[in-house]
Design a protein around this ligand. Sequence first.
Ligand SMILES: NC(=O)c1ccc[n+]([C@@H]2O[C@H](COP(=O)([O-])OP(=O)(O)OC[C@H]3O[C@@H](n4cnc5c(N)ncnc54)[C@H](OP(=O)(O)O)[C@@H]3O)[C@@H](O)[C@H]2O)c1
Length: 214
Amino acid sequence: LTASLDLSLQRMHLDYVDIFYAHRWDPNTNLRETAEALDLLVRQGKTLYVGVSNYTAEQTAAIAQIFDELHTPFIGNQVSYNMLNREAETTGLLDVLDAHHAGLIAYGPLAEGLLTDRYLDGIPADFPLHRTNSFIADNREAYVAKLNALNAIAQQRGQTLAQLAMAWLLRDPRVPSIVIGASSVEHLLDNVRVADNMTLSAEELAAIESILND
Ligand SMILES: NC(=O)c1ccc[n+]([C@@H]2O[C@H](COP(=O)([O-])OP(=O)(O)OC[C@H]3O[C@@H](n4cnc5c(N)ncnc54)[C@H](OP(=O)(O)O)[C@@H]3O)[C@@H](O)[C@H]2O)c1
């Protein structure tokens, strides 16, 4: 971890980064050693905050307890979380993070692009689903129906489906940030406009819930 950050800082011509994540759980290393390595990097001024990525609820609780002891500025866990993949809720991960005053940083917030207006007519057989969203593969038609129903709500709000999907994630104070993958300026600009309307009414949330649970 320490060598990889040193090399990254050299390549980026930076003195420090804002957040350094330990990506991912390492079964071969004592957890306290991992936590102490991350803590050391903060003490050395090479990162302001530390995070972890793809840790389960139990693993997050275990390392967060060590960070609490060390007074390490632990900011959160970067995991897959979006409207279609709610594992972070069902496993209790969100609650564990909240209990340690940390947040969930959601990667794949658009389910690799499914939660946009691109797949309303169907999900191609070769669509590259991330392993965390693989459950969609065997049920494409049902998910296309959900995408269209969600898109109708987005349109009523004057938003794109991508903007609705991001507003839905960011409504939860336990989700301080999302990591968007966009390779065009057009998509990036479309996405940042989510900030124009981040409020979801109780009726909208209930309608979304009913579509997702259908
Ligand atoms: N920590 C981890 O283990 C982990 C794992 C996976 C990913 N990540 C990180 O998470 C980030 C996002 O992941 P992701 O790219 O899989 O997920 P994503 O943000 O859910 O989806 C990205 C896809 O959505 C499309 N898209 C974005 N905005 C759009 C818009 N406004 N309209 C239409 N299409 C739009 C993009 O197309 P275009 O490219 O055409 O814009 C791309 O195909 C990545 O930067 C990655 O580094 C982290």
